[in-house]
Structures are given as structure tokens and as C-alpha cells.
Ligand binder design. Structure first.
Ligand code: AR6
Length: 169
């Protein structure tokens, strides 16, 4: 695999990559957490474009421009709410990563950054979510080796260490 996978402790809104992924909700109209941070940094034009998208189902992804962000594009995906782990959460989380990467590929994106989707307000346990994130990205890259860089943007030490432990055991 020639794609570089990086784990960085960083505010995702500051990254200079082709696309950052947003952990949105199904309205796509903004919220707290990383979603709020992305909308604040992108400026009001982002929600204007999002209003035209008609929302997004859990596990799916939609793309917009990045406006005031350094990243020219944002992929909005909706992670599952953690309800104990027996309600299709893992499959839904996997779909978020797969559909985001697919959309990135269709838009000729070379570098992409993911937050830890579902691991804040939606309550997904970080160790399980990070394993799914890494496995899904690695398996996608084995089939589509067109990206130069995939960044896992970690907010906080615990998230950062969890990713590192899985990638470099
Ligand atoms: N950069 C990178 N990661 C961040 C940032 C940031 N600037 N801010 C927070 N995180 P969350 P969810 C991390 O809650 O669990 C919103 O209201 C955060 O520490 O943003 O998918 C939406 O509108 C955590 O590790 O997203 C939805 O309603 C990870 O990003 C709901 O929250 C995800 O936390 C989605 O919840």
C-alpha cells in the first residue's frame, strides 16, 4: 500500500488536505462537536449548501465545498448513535468510512482526514470505533490505491493513543 496513513492530534478544521470528513447528524444543518467546529470555520455558506442536500441517512455520505476552510471539500457523514452495540452500530460505522472514501475517490481527492466518527456525542466506544476506522480504511486502500494520504485527526490524548496502539502495536 503506498498511501500514507497518519495519526495526528489536531483540530481537523485546521488541516490542509483535499477533504475533511464531518461527523454530522441526519439533518446536515450543523450541531455540536466537530460538526459545530467545521461549520464555524467554514462560515455560513456551508449551511446554505447543506440545506440543498435534503439531509443524509446514517451510514451515508454527501459532499460540499469547504468555503473558508483550508480544505476545499467537506464530506458529511452520519455515524450511528451507540445503543449498546447490538443495533447494527458497527456496520453503520463501517459504511460511514466506506461511503466517505468512495465519494472522495469519485471526486479525485488525494488527501482526506477523518475525525473519530460517533465517538463524541454519539457515544461509540473509542477502542471499537478506532479499530473499525483503521480496518475499513486499510481494506479500502488495498482495493483503491489512489489516495496519497489518509489522516486520522484525533481530538485529545485518549483518542490519539487509541489509534496509535492499533496502528503500531
Ligand atoms: N477536530 C477533530 N476532532 C474533533 C473536533 C475537532 N475540531 N471536535 C470534536 N472532535 P462528535 P459524533 C472529536 O461529538 O459523536 C454533533 O452535534 C470528538 O472529540 O463531534 O459523531 C452532530 O451534529 C470526538 O472524538 O461527533 C451530531 O448531532 C469525535 O470528534 C453529533 O454531534 C466525534 O465527536 C454527532 O456525534
Amino acid at each position: 500500500m503506498k498511501t500514507q496513513i497518519e495519526v495526528v492530534q489536531v483540530d481537523i478544521t485546521t488541516l490542509k488536505v483535499d477533504v475533511i470528513v464531518n461527523a454530522a447528524n441526519s439533518s446536515l444543518l450543523g450541531g455540536g462537536g466537530v460538526d459545530g467546529a467545521i461549520h464555524r470555520a467554514a462560515g455560513p455558506e456551508l449551511v446554505q449548501e447543506c440545506r440543498l442536500l435534503g439531509g443524509c441517512e446514517t451510514g451515508q455520505a454527501k459532499i460540499t465545498k469547504g468555503y473558508q476552510l483550508s480544505a476545499p471539500y467537506v464530506i458529511h457523514t452520519v455515524g450511528p448513535v451507540w445503543r449498546g452495540g447490538f443495533n447494527n452500530e458497527a456496520m453503520m460505522l463501517e459504511s460511514c468510512y466506506q461511503n466517505s472514501l468512495k465519494l472522495a475517490l469519485e471526486n479525485n481527492v488525494k488527501s482526506i482526514a477523518f475525525p473519530a466518527i460517533s465517538c463524541g456525542i454519539y457515544g461509540y466506544p473509542i477502542d471499537q470505533a478506532a479499530a473499525i476506522a483503521i480496518q475499513t480504511v486499510q481494506s479500502f486502500l488495498r482495493q483503491n490505491d489512489t489516495f496519497e494520504k489518509v489522516i486520522f485527526a484525533c481530538f485529545g490524548e485518549v483518542v490519539y493513543q487509541t489509534y496509535l496502539k492499533i496502528l503500531e502495536p
